[in-house]
Design a protein around this ligand. Structure first.
Ligand code: ZN
Ligand code: MN
Length: 184
């Protein structure tokens, strides 16, 4: 992966937080997103995947939105700017990106499927009340994942494809709504 650095310090908050520090984050975010897009397109090209403008638009959307959108959310956003994109194209494209390990699939509490461009390894915490998904970037994450893979292989002799770590909890908004924050 090309990426390291600034883009991923504010992934989940990307949309909100670039207002705060508009110039720096917008500029850095866009440059890094362009690198990431070029990198992802390279991978797809090397697998001889046909890169239609619609596929590129959907890939770019996922690279620049760390909001864990569903296919429907992607479609609702994109159709306002591009009427050549259908919901079927969104479904097919996210499926394709999942197959090439550029995007991961996430289920939230209500069983709906959400998508996440997976540039830098991270795991997710899901609110059991409202289903909101947040990113967690832990320095030890990759090492822990490797250890879990090894332990799994040793104990079960399975060939491990991937490890999904998911933490469940209550988001700050739901804690406030449920009156669990009144001591702060
Ligand atoms: Zn919540
Ligand atoms: Mn994520």
């Amino acid at each position: 992966m090309i990426l390291n650095g600034d883009h991923y310090r504010f992934p989940k908050y990307f949309c909100q937080c670039y207002n705060k520090d508009k110039v720096r984050n917008t500029k850095g975010g866009i440059n890094l997103a362009q690198n990431e897009l070029a990198h992802a397109l390279e991978i797809l090209k090397s697998h001889k995947v046909r890169l239609t403008p619609q596929r590129k638009t959907i890939l770019n959307y996922l690279i620049t939105h760390h909001t864990h959108p569903s296919a429907e959310m992607i479609y609702e956003d994109l159709k306002q700017h591009d009427d050549s994109i259908s919901i079927a194209t969104v479904y097919n494209t996210v499926r394709l990106l999942v197959d090439y390990h550029l995007v991961i699939e996430l289920k939230n509490g209500d069983g709906s499927t959400h998508f996440d461009y997976f540039g830098q390894p991270h795991y997710h915490v899901v609110c059991e009340n409202c289903g909101k998904i947040a990113d967690v970037f832990a320095p030890e994450f990759s090492r822990l994942n490797q250890q879990l893979d090894e332990i799994t292989r040793q104990q079960t002799h399975y060939l491990v494809n991937r490890t999904d770590i998911e933490v469940k909890g209550l988001c700050p908004e739901c804690q406030a709504k449920l009156g669990l924050l009144h001591n702060r």
